[in-house]
Design a protein around this ligand. Sequence first.
Ligand SMILES: NC(=O)c1ccc[n+]([C@@H]2O[C@H](COP(=O)([O-])OP(=O)(O)OC[C@H]3O[C@@H](n4cnc5c(N)ncnc54)[C@H](O)[C@@H]3O)[C@@H](O)[C@H]2O)c1
Length: 288
Amino acid sequence: MKFEEIRSVGVAGAGAMGAGIAQVAAQSGYDVKVVDVSDAAWARAHKTISKSLERLAAKEKITGEQVKEALGRLSFSTDIGTLKGVPFLFEAVFENIDVKKELYGKLDAVCGDDVVYASNTSSLSITEMASLVKRPAKFVGMHFFNPVPMMRLVEVIPALQTEKGTADLALAMAQKLGKTAITCKDTPGFVVNRLLVPYLLDAARILEEGVASAEDIDTAMKLGCGMPMGPFELMDFTGVEIAYYVGEIFHGYTKEARFSPPGLMRNMVKAGYLGRKAGKGFYDHTGK
Ligand SMILES: NC(=O)c1ccc[n+]([C@@H]2O[C@H](COP(=O)([O-])OP(=O)(O)OC[C@H]3O[C@@H](n4cnc5c(N)ncnc54)[C@H](O)[C@@H]3O)[C@@H](O)[C@H]2O)c1
């Protein structure tokens, strides 16, 4: 299918990322069919999307009419059969290869031969995932960043099996959604996480060594490097377990010591000190 002929897209998974992708796709004029196993996930996603659009309207970045139109383009079902006929499908379900494998099996039974699958995985191999589907040439990685409506980058990652036309469609789609795309090889962490994850783990390592306090390390990176958040503020915001598990996965692939999470983070994850959402991470968030 030619890119200009695409009128609708599917989104599998209505979590943090699926909701964001659904929002930007609806704002870009696509009819968006969202599927999740959980009605509650969609209730949360719909609320998040509505609030986000209303905030944009309050800042006069979009009109009230555009809010209504975007919301009107979104539909949801727990029935995967509703994705029949979509030409382009964003996958944003749990970061677990078995969950993804089962989902792609079901999608292959429902979707047409031309459908492009764009996985938003952060840490799984695109090539391995492409090998799970009927048409690996139509599989590509499209790695968005959280929160999707705000973050302007998409990493486009062709699998070894991806045909050029598929990668080109992904690049055109990223642009249509208002993002800037970069292309990178299917390697652990792609570009951003390959650089970011060792940095975050190193920050925890020097905290563990007692080099400086979490506050001072955060201040150093903000004032010394112009970063908007320090490493501990960032991990408390995104979830301490994310950097921990992603590090473990990359370490499994590469065996490089820089990806191995320090004991401090292992213990924090075991203790449930996962950051803001848990009330405690590197900082105390109770009462905030
Ligand atoms: N959160 C981030 O910062 C971030 C950033 C970039 C990429 N990613 C990637 O995006 C993907 C989703 O991450 P998230 O943070 O949105 O996860 P999440 O846990 O917020 O949401 C996942 C959603 O998938 C749904 N789901 C699970 N199995 C399903 C199935 N078989 N069919 C349909 N829906 C199903 C769940 O009910 C849940 O609503 C992962 O691959 C993750 O690696 C996450």
